[in-house]
Design a protein around this ligand. Sequence first.
Ligand code: BG6
Length: 258
Amino acid sequence: PLLDRLFNAGETEVALAKKLGIERTLIVPGNADLQDRVFEEMGEELSSALNLLLPLGHSIVTLLGGTSLAKSARYLSPGLGNNRQLEFVPGRGALGENVETQSNTIVQEMAAKTSGTYKTLYLPEQVSDDAYKSLIRESSIADVLQDISQSDAVIHGIGLAQEMARRRGYNSIKLSELREKKAVTECFGCFFDENGKVVDRIAQVGLQFENLYKIPHIFAFACGARKAKAIKAYMPNAPHQTWLITDEGASNMILKGK
Ligand code: BG6
């Protein structure tokens, strides 16, 4: 029945995918802003989608962090690891985020659930250009970067610009600059305005937004009515193979908008 459900998109899912210009959306019931159990269903839906799309054998799954994914990671099904050797890697350095919501933590959790393996990338999220150039030559870092570039799937959250900037330690001057530039959303270290234009970005070691189109399977993971505007602003940039996993709270708001 789960496979049926994935093959046969509902009418609303089709409408939302069309509106956002991506391959597929999966909408779970409820609104994550009000109901924490939505994260459970989000996790289960992600698990089924991975099960449908990932080939058997070895796959590299690159993760970005965030609270949404952190709350859902434990709901991956152990069955996902049947006949698969899954390797989970963080998409980029993430020190600065809380430990619980760091990709370094989530890779371990997902690997444990699916009897897979993981690698970590203990690096600051923001580094100077000079540091960046020397860091990517370190062999342990180069090894993870190599795996990221060969990802079979990427799973990422979509953040609200101001909230993410604060989480990343922007001071009040940088925060108001960002407001002036009308940043609505943040994804992969890029801040986008409501038309999907990049208005600011953070230099980061790891997956670059520009290389995303090369990855076979991309899962955008964001829910709750408050995320609707962030999802909408990011999506003009999303590669077409993106699957959005979301809830009714966000999707109703997006579909109601112009
Ligand atoms: C992360 C992404 O996966 O999720 C960030 O790397 C994004 O770019 C963040 O902003 C969103 O996190 P949250 O806590 O809103 O789920």
